[in-house]
Design a protein. Sequence first.
Length: 130
Amino acid sequence: MTDTTEATLYQRLGEGAGIAAVVDGLYTRILGDETLAPYFTETRMVDQKRHMALFLAAAAGGPDGYKGKDLGVAHAGRGISGEDFDRVIGHAASALAEAGVDADAINQVAGALMPLRPVITNEVAAEQTA
Ligand code: HEM
């Protein structure tokens, strides 16, 4: 079987099927979080899960099938705080752990997502010219 020292992050997440399971777990947690759920009241969750799964697959070095919006544009004007972002990262870590992903790979995912914090949150976006 695949040696984990050589497997790509995408493989360690279980490829497309593994990522789909993680994304299911992630949005179950997000919609169960009373701080985060209100952001998604108008959202078609089937589409949202598909976009997130494709985005994560590409971010993990898998196939680049993401055709959604630029993440700065997708989140602009929603008033998302740094604390909201950190809660989502926490739920992602829990969903990854529940899916059996090892701690090292979870840290890699979190590390890959952290640069998005200023892109997605209102706090720092207000200080940027973009
Ligand atoms: C690492 C963090 C995040 C990633 C990778 C991410 C990823 C995405 C992606 C791929 C989309 C779809 C864009 C499209 O449809 O073209 C999206 C939309 C969205 N995200 Fe995020 N997101 C993150 C954090 C957050 C946070 C912290 C919140 C709020 C608490 C949030 C709320 C939303 C909302 C409300 C939408 C629009 C849903 C709709 O179309 O109705 N996201 N996000």
